[in-house]
Design a protein around this ligand. Structure first.
Ligand code: DON
Length: 305
């Protein structure tokens, strides 16, 4: 699609988002995120060989939170390969992102790498044979290389805010440990997990960071083509937790959300799209972000279906 036309569509999508009265509710279980102004919106589209197009506040950094789980999964698969699947499944959970209920029923093997329990196991796997600092550095290095931007950083206050208040994640980690599915002390694995969630990026950087998952000619080659397809499949089926079916229905593309209000969406062979609006819907995914992605795909026709 021509740049002028795509830019007009992005402007239209941003105008509609700013005009929407119900902006959702910001996450308040992480004190540092509770203070974010919900009246913000940004969208960015990255395509190899084209400038990254944006609308709204696309240079404003936000906490990527669970969007980081995509990058950590790529790092963990690079390190362990299919051995990761001995510890975590590949099925949608149909439960909230921080739910503990299936973990008891399924004896400490989380359903997928995107719910918190599964992401904690995935981070624990990246820690195998590494010091926590090295594991975190490997994740941050992957993100920086994917985005082509060495300035991307971790917000330590956000990480500390979760270390102080993340009781459910501590419960999940202890539960995993009790089933032998955590190889490090909970505070060590969670320290790494909270810091990975506290990576900050703006929408333009996040769209660029997703390019390696598009398999477009000219995109960074960071993982193999078959792994790209598999990560996208998990994003489509599990990337929005118990709202994954709703996102697939509305948007028709694989995506991964975070409670900071960011969503990374991949249009395979076409583009990487990032959207950010801090107010969340009942699933804990960006409300305006989801609506904007629905509008974008309606206007562009981008879909895997
Ligand atoms: O572990 C948590 O609860 C947060 N650091 C991340 C959760 C999250 O982003 C859920 N996504 N919508």
């Amino acid at each position: 699609m021509e740049e002028d036309k795509l830019q007009r569509i992005l402007d239209q999508v941003a105008d509609a988002a700013f005009a929407t009265a119900d902006k959702g509710r910001v996450a308040d279980y992480i004190p540092e995120l509770a203070a974010v102004d919900p009246d913000q919106f940004a969208i960015a589209v990255a395509r190899p060989g084209h400038p990254t197009l944006t609308a709204g506040r696309a240079q404003k950094a936000f906490s990527i939170q669970s969007v980081s789980k995509v990058f950590t999964l790529a790092v963990a698969l690079g390190k362990l390969g299919d051995r990761l699947w001995n510890r975590v499944g590949r099925e949608p959970s149909g439960q909230a992102f921080d739910s503990v209920i299936l973990l008891e029923q399924e004896k400490g093997r989380p359903r997928n790498p995107f719910i918190n329990a599964g992401a904690i196991v995935t981070t624990d796997a990246v820690l195998e044979g590494s010091e926590p600092k090295e594991a975190l550095a490997a994740i941050l290095r992957f993100v920086r290389e994917a985005a082509g931007d060495d300035a991307i950083h971790i917000n330590d206050s956000v990480a500390q805010s979760e270390i102080a208040t993340g009781h459910r994640n501590f419960a999940l980690a202890h539960y995993l440990l009790s089933h032998g599915n955590l190889q490090h002390p909970p505070e060590l694995t969670l320290g790494t997990y909270f810091h990975q969630c506290a990576i900050e990026m703006n929408c333009a950087q996040l769209a660029d960071a997703g390019l390696f998952l598009t398999a477009c000619d000219g995109a960074p080659r960071m993982v193999s083509p078959s792994r790209i397809r598999r990560i996208n499949a998990l994003m489509m089926t599990c990337g929005h937790y118990d709202g994954s079916g709703d996102y697939a229905y509305r948007v028709g593309l694989p995506g991964k959300s975070g409670v900071g209000g960011g969503i990374l969406t991949i249009a395979p062979g076409i583009a990487s799209i990032a959207v950010w609006a801090p107010g969340l819907n009942r699933y804990g995914n960006s409300k305006l972000g989801t609506e904007a992605m629905q509008r974008l795909t309606d206007l562009t026709g981008w879909s895997v279906f």
